[in-house]
Design a protein around this ligand. Structure first.
Ligand code: SF4
Length: 424
């Protein structure tokens, strides 16, 4: 049993609400359940109840046992003086306010349906990572769709928040923020962290001063990444160029070490060296990453520009010691789609939030809807459960629902879970 279940019972008034009485035997009528309080203080605010024909307006506090009131030291906390009703699962002691007056208490244990309680225990007690997986068929398509839409929106807002935090660190510089996000994304899962640090230590402003020279861009990126080794003539020239530019811009203090990059178990096409070469080519071609992503017309257009062709050297090398007869390709389709989902869309959503402009939020959603769904073990599993992902909007919704509701057993905050509990 959790307090979340009490909130659920209270919010939906899911108990025998006829002829309610307090634990002291007084008649009780609920006029308004109040609003859930996300801040410190009682659980619900602005509630209204009638106790023994007297109407009270104030807060409502919930506990599994009434003695929890003392355990949480509410008697001496003035924030709880406004409590007009104490809702508990079990009443194990009577509670008084600081002035000695009794706090009216409603105990739910004996007025809650045993069937509902059983359904709750089955759902929350399940050991499965998706506790409702065998019951999804009992939920209407409308409820499922509504919950998925909510999860997708929540994911968009959460990612936007992450972008806005980075923007604050960058003193509201959208261009640097976009570059850092993009660099991080070019590291994909395995090298995202060193890529972000690389970008934070090598500002885009410096790279832009050398935008007309791909060789210098590579010298800066590879040198700052700590990946330059004297493997051949080209690498030696990059080293010399980096030594000069690093001294000019005082970059050495933020230089990374070669051991911070991961190559193991990566396909050569995903080596960080290849990604850096692709990033250098992309930066060379784009005068403004931010405006490209914010005003990019559609996914197709973004895909075209993200596939910038790297320098000749990096079309025949996976790293400085490894040449290849086959031409090293530009970013693949899946990688480009990954960048649109994880960089472009959150950036557009963050811009929508920052400017309070709904059009950009609509655009972020539309970009996701233009992309095919991501396929992974999660989307496959939900597909088997009858929930299909048609676009990236759907797959993003599924990822959010799973990681932020199912895994955390947040079924009582989920429309699918509450629908299951409320079903006859
Ligand atoms: S959080 Fe929702 S979707 Fe996930 S297991 Fe619980 S009820 Fe099902």
């Amino acid at each position: 049993m959790s307090e979340d279940f009490l909130y659920f019972l209270w919010q939906f008034q899911y108990f025998d609400a006829a002829h309610l009485t307090t634990t002291a035997g007084e008649s009780l009528q609920v006029l308004a359940i109040g609003q859930r309080n996300a801040n410190a203080g009682p659980d619900f605010i602005n509630g209204r109840v009638i106790v023994e024909n007297i109407e009270w307006a104030g807060s409502i506090e919930m506990h599994l046992r009434s003695s929890d009131w003392h355990r949480h030291a509410h008697t001496t906390d003035r924030a709880y003086e406004s409590v007009v009703l104490h809702v508990v699962w079990e009443n194990d002691t009577d509670i008084c306010r600081h002035d000695g007056t009794a706090v009216p208490t409603l105990a739910l244990k004996n007025i809650t349906s045993p069937k509902l309680l059983h359904k709750y225990h089955v759902l929350i007690g399940s050991k499965a990572t998706i506790p409702c997986e065998n019951q999804l068929g009992a939920v209407s398509n409308l409820q499922k769709r509504m919950m998925l839409d909510r999860a997708a929106t929540q994911r968009l807002e959460r990612k936007a928040q992450g972008v806005l935090e980075l923007l604050t660190q960058n003193h509201q510089d959208w261009e640097e923020t976009t570059y850092q996000l993009l660099a991080q994304n070019f590291g994909f899962k395995v090298n995202a962290e060193p890529m972000l640090r690389l970008a934070q230590g090598l500002p885009l402003k410096i790279l832009h001063k050398h935008r007309d020279n791909l060789f210098q861009l590579e010298a800066l990126l590879f040198g700052q990444a700590g990946l330059l080794i004297p493997a051949d003539e080209y690498a030696l020239s990059l080293q010399k160029e980096y030594a000069f530019l690093a001294a000019k811009y005082s970059l050495k203090s933020t230089q990374l070490q070669a051991h911070e990059w991961k190559f193991l178990r990566l396909r050569p096409a995903n080596f960080p060296t290849v990604r850096l070469a692709q990033l250098a080519a992309f930066i060379q071609q784009q005068p403004s990453l931010f405006s490209l992503f914010i005003h990019g017309e559609n996914v197709k257009k973004l895909e075209e520009v993200l596939r910038a062709k790297q320098s000749d050297y990096w079309q025949t090398h996976y790293h400085f010691q490894k040449t290849t007869a086959a031409k090293v390709a530009t970013l693949g389709k899946a990688s480009v789609e990954n960048i649109v989902v994880n960089t472009v869309v959150p950036l557009v959503a963050a811009y929508a939030e920052a400017k309070d402009n709904l059009d950009f939020m609509t655009k972020a959603t539309e970009l996701l809807e233009q992309l095919p769904a991501e396929t992974n073990h999660l989307t496959d599993r939900w597909h088997q459960m009858g929930i299909e992902s048609k676009t990236a909007f759907d797959s993003q919704a599924i990822i959010e629902l799973y990681t932020h509701f199912c895994v955390k057993k947040g079924c009582l905050q989920c429309a699918i879970g509450t629908s299951l509990l409320k079903s006859p």
